[in-house]
Unconditional design. Structure first.
Length: 321
């Protein structure tokens, strides 16, 4: 029996589905009713995978509905799919063609179905993401305030009011996230372990909890690759080029980079590790990424054992160093 792969191209208004190898295709509205029709259309096909590419918020409802119906929906990196299309000589781009490319991609490239996150994680993730949006807005308004020095008092007052409003909104979201952690024994235990590591504070811990649920279950190499902190070799013949990181989960990587900046200030061991990399000629960002990877590996090991950081058991210094 041939493998059935279904590709679904997503836009704001439509879902274009293509079944491979039969070539059957159909368009659905990207609405609750249309998603229900998509689930009903996919179910009798019994596909091995239903492939979506990441399109921000537009694929979330459809993917969630398929997973809830025990159908193997997966979301793949859009850049990888586009590179795959170019590699197969497919340069024309339409919604129907993109759906067929997604199905072909799922046939060739191994993918993993990730279970639908529990409702408490989805709620926690939404609050965490919204806080990040407001923090960026607050930073922008503070820059506007700085640039408006000498402007009319009415303009300054307007900016000040908006800054105060954004700060209140951020504080409210942080209180709500604190309550979620306090009310969940799992979150509370993991949060305590993560914050026992120098450099990882409440916000970084929350980001790890909601955007990296695999933390504590994988190997040090697999978790570093998942986040995008594993450098890729770029060698050819006798040439050995500088290695780079790429892909992975950007929100986690940014959070760990911030944690690394704090760790090299307040942790003697990390400060020495960072200094040794700089002394060997490593660029500042390269050295900080190495520190971030070290923090990630430590967090993964501690969550696996369920034991908070204890000096000198682990390679990172104690919190009071």
């Amino acid at each position: 029996m041939s493998r059935i792969l279904v590709g679904v191209d997503v836009c704001k208004d439509f879902l274009d589905a293509h079944a491979r190898p039969t070539g059957v295709q159909k368009r659905f509205d990207n609405t609750p009713a249309g998603i229900e029709q998509l689930v009903a259309w996919v179910r009798p096909l019994a596909p091995e995978r239903v492939i979506f590419e990441s399109t921000g918020p537009y694929q979330k409802a459809a993917v969630g509905a398929l997973l809830a119906a025990d159908l193997p929906a997966v979301v793949v990196n859009a850049r990888q799919v586009r590179d795959f299309a170019k590699g197969t000589g497919q340069l024309v781009k339409t919604d129907a063609i993109d759906a067929s490319i997604l199905a072909h991609f799922g046939e060739v490239v191994a993918t993993v179905v990730r279970p639908l996150p529990p409702q408490e994680i989805l709620e926690f993730r939404e609050l965490c993401d919204r806080r990040g949006q407001l923090v960026r807005m607050l930073a922008s308004e503070k820059n506007h305030r700085h640039a408006a020095q000498g402007a009319s008092p009415k303009v300054i007052k307007n900016i000040e009011k908006h800054v105060a409003f954004l700060q209140r909104q951020i504080d409210d979201l942080e209180e709500r996230m604190d309550r979620i952690v306090a009310d969940s024994e799992t979150f509370k235990a993991k949060d305590a372990i993560l914050q026992s590591i120098v450099g990882i504070g409440p916000q970084v811990s929350r980001t790890l909890l909601v955007h990296l649920p695999e933390l504590g279950t994988g190997t040090r190499r697999s978790i570093a690759a998942l986040v995008g902190l594993a450098p890729f070799a770029d060698d050819s013949g006798t040439s050995s080029r500088l290695r780079h990181i790429r892909g992975g989960r950007a929100k986690i990587r940014i959070a760990l980079y911030q944690a690394a900046v704090a760790a090299i200030r307040y942790c003697t061991t990390m400060k020495r590790f960072y200094a040794s990399l700089k002394a060997r000629g490593k660029a500042t960002k390269v050295a900080l990424i190495a520190v971030a990877r070290k923090l990630l590996v430590l967090a993964n090991a501690l969550l696996r054992t369920g034991i908070p950081y204890q000096h000198p058991t682990n390679s990172v210094c104690p919190k009071n160093a």
